[in-house]
Design a protein around this ligand. Sequence first.
Ligand SMILES: CC(C)(COP(=O)(O)OP(=O)(O)OC[C@H]1O[C@@H](n2cnc3c(N)ncnc32)[C@H](O)[C@@H]1OP(=O)(O)O)[C@@H](O)C(=O)NCCC(=O)NCCS
Length: 178
Amino acid sequence: MSTGRTKKEQLRVHIRWMIRRDMPEVLQTEQESFEYSWTEEDFLRCLRQRNCIGMVAEQGEKVIGFMIYELHKSKLHIMNFAVLPAYRRFGVGAQMAAKLISKLSSHRRTRVTLAVRETNLAAQLFFRVQGFRATRVMRSYYEDSGEDAFLMQYSFAGDTADDSDSEAVNRISQFEES
Ligand SMILES: CC(C)(COP(=O)(O)OP(=O)(O)OC[C@H]1O[C@@H](n2cnc3c(N)ncnc32)[C@H](O)[C@@H]1OP(=O)(O)O)[C@@H](O)C(=O)NCCC(=O)NCCS
């Protein structure tokens, strides 16, 4: 798609904590962004967890993007991340990713991770440009479509750990459930 833009326009957004009142706009963005979208209950279930945080990107009074992420001991894990379609390619997603990356430090949380659908090329390219790299394929990760996921990871400068520690935890919990 050609936008006809010559000079790159960027949209400055304010990124703040998500509040209950943001939910209708967040749900609208979610529905316009994903074939298999989260319901309001999915958002609330996630946000009720003590380690789960929601943030929105606001332009004026309008919420045009959001991100949901979990705080873990050594990393942040993105659960959901989207920009309203009409506001894409203006640097909004990049500002949200930069906000997350700014929370990393060499001695505490050193990584940001997320799972991306194998068919979601736009997101793979976007996160790659933000400095994320694909580190692992998780076969048939999504129950809805059966797709694989690529685990993508941003590492704070100098950090070389991969995600094998959390994989070990997941394997143990899967074992316990079975
Ligand atoms: C992925 C997403 C969040 C990007 O948001 P955005 O605000 O459009 O991203 P930005 O404008 O900050 O893009 C920064 C750079 O990333 C790359 N990029 C972003 N979208 C891209 C696309 N569709 N194709 C190729 N590269 C892309 C480009 O290099 C872009 O810079 P440019 O516009 O100067 O070329 C947005 O497309 C989206 O909401 N997608 C649907 C939801 C989703 O897939 N979420 C991620 C999985 S949870």
